[in-house]
Structures are given as structure tokens and as C-alpha cells.
Design a protein around this ligand. Sequence first.
Ligand code: PHE
Length: 360
Amino acid sequence: MGELERLRELSRENKSLKSVIEKSISIIQGCSSLEDTRDARIRILGRKGMITAVFEGISKMPEDERPAAGRAGNEFRTLVTALLEEKEKEIEASIHMESRELEGIDITLPGRCPPLGKKHILSKVIDDVVEIFISLGYSVETGPEVELDYYNFEALNTPAYHPARSLQDTFYVKRSDPEREEPDDILLRTHTSPVQIRVMESRKPPLYVISPGKAYRKDEIDATHTAMFFQVEGFAVDRGITMAQLKGTLEVFARKLFGSKRTVRLRPHFFPFTEPSAEVDVSCFACDGAGCSICKHSGWLEILGCGMIDPNVFSHVGYDPEEFSGFAFGMGIERIAMMKYGIEDMRYFYDDNIKFLSRF
Ligand code: PHE
């Protein structure tokens, strides 16, 4: 008969020992380390432990009961000591097993680090640009990439005869029912400017909005053109907005992105949806405007297109051009990333070459 069974029998035979026996069994069975068994030994067999208390109780019994109680107490001590030793052996054996499993393994070697993914360089530049405008109080809005002709062209004061609408430049999307005689009114947006219309249509000024996203053009793919690219659009509509505020805003932006010594200049340009319109250059961050290979010895780098929102645009969204004025700008993210990080070919962004992407 094992110690455990005999202990249980003993507790049935001696009602006065029942609780102390059960308690000691549960203490021993609950041990999971050698520290536990050391504590258990003290609690059960120690000088002030449970066994001592049992014998103190026996010494206070009537004389004729003491011999039997003493025998039971002694047996309890023997059994519980054996049970505890068994538990200790069991724990020692399992410690041995664990260390044998580790044999031949150098646990002091540094762990192997799996390669971590990171943000694509274009995502990082977009985030940087958007963050600058958020710090100026702009809110972020987005619009659909599959867009209606109305938002991409018509409402942006780009009439049907405008060359930008030609089939050569724009990806048109076929309607699902080819039998239906519908005009080509669905397209992949050619710029992020339609977001201007969508936001103005659904909200009232004051508006200070920044809008990153993809745009598509049927361009021949080369070092400076891809059929899909990223733009960030920005615009402000409020009472009394002037071109001076447009220039000041772009200067703050250019300094935050390219460094505090930068200046900007506006060159007259044309966009159908802004009047007057301009292209914006930033003084070359590589040569401080002295002229170098990055700025093709001009001292300036073109970063975006902009202008004052044309009153014809306001008329499409029901704003009174006598009450409100606004500016808008749009920039190509690949272009800005190429300048900032000295990348020579736009196609690198989309080649998924880990060696290239991990450079940034
Ligand atoms: N949408 C123009 C482009 O794609 C850029 C632009 C945006 C110009 C807003 C003026 C105002 O070239």
C-alpha cells in the first residue's frame, strides 16, 4: 500500500487526525519546486509545525487514550515524511529532464531577429506632407479614385474641348452594360483636385483641407512618369483669402519639409480651375540656390502647382465669389520624394525591390 492510501486510511481510523492529514496531503501535492517542498517540510515536520502540534494534543489526552493516539501520530509522521521525500525526488527528476533537453543548445547566443517590414518611402513622404498641414490646422479628406467626369473636369472649369480630356491622357471606365448608350462619364481621376469640389459641395466655408491620394494618367512610362502616381491636394476657402496667404503658407510648408533656409518663388502658369495660377519653386536644398546638378544649375526646384480658386469653380458649388475666396495647390509626391532623397528614376518606387526600399 502506498503512503497516500495508508494516510487516507489513517485519517478514517482517527477522526482527530482527519483534518491535519488532509491538510498535509494537500500541501505536499501542491508543491511544484524544491523551494515549495522546503517550505512544506517546515510547515509539517518543523519544530513549530503540524506534527509537533499533534503530539502536544496527545500529551493533553487522558492517560488511557495516549498509547493508541501516540502510535497513530508516529505513523502519520513516518508516512508524511516519505510522501514529502517522494515529491522532492519527482521534482528533482523533472529538473534533470529539462536540463538534458537543453544539452547542446547554447542559451547565451543572441536570438535571431526576423526582418521587420517598414513604411514605403512614398507613404513616409505623404505622411510628412500631411502632418505639416495638420499642424497648420488643416483637416484630411479623401475622395474616390474612380471618379465622374463632372468632378474631375466639368466642375473644375475644364470644358469638354479642353485637351486634358482627350482619350490619350485619361483612362475612361466602361459601364458594365455595353448596350447602354452612355457618355464616357466615368474615369480614373487624373488629379486629386476633384476632392475640392466634393468637399465644397458638402460643406460650408471656412475650409482648410489637405487630401492625399492616387491619380492616373495614360502617360508613357519612363524615369519621370508612371501611369499611377500620388498627389497631395490642399485648399483653403474663407472670407478674405489672398494670394499673399497662399505664398506664406507654401513657404512655411517648404521650410518644414526641406529646411529652415528655404525660400519659394511663384512663376505664372495656367490651370483651368485657378486664376491667377502659378508653379512654385523652392530654393535648392542641395546648393542653397547657388546652382548644382540636382537643380540643373538653376538654383530652384519645382515642387507644385497652385493658384486662387477660379470664381467659375465656386459657381458649381453654390458659393458666392463676392463673399468667399480661396487658394488651392497640388503636388506630385514621387517628384518631391525623388528630389528630397536623390532618387533618379520614378519606376524604382514601384519595382518592389527590397534593397532599394530598405535604403530609406
Ligand atoms: N491638379 C493640378 C495638377 O494635377 C495641380 C493643381 C492643384 C494646380 C490645385 C492648382 C491648384 O497638375
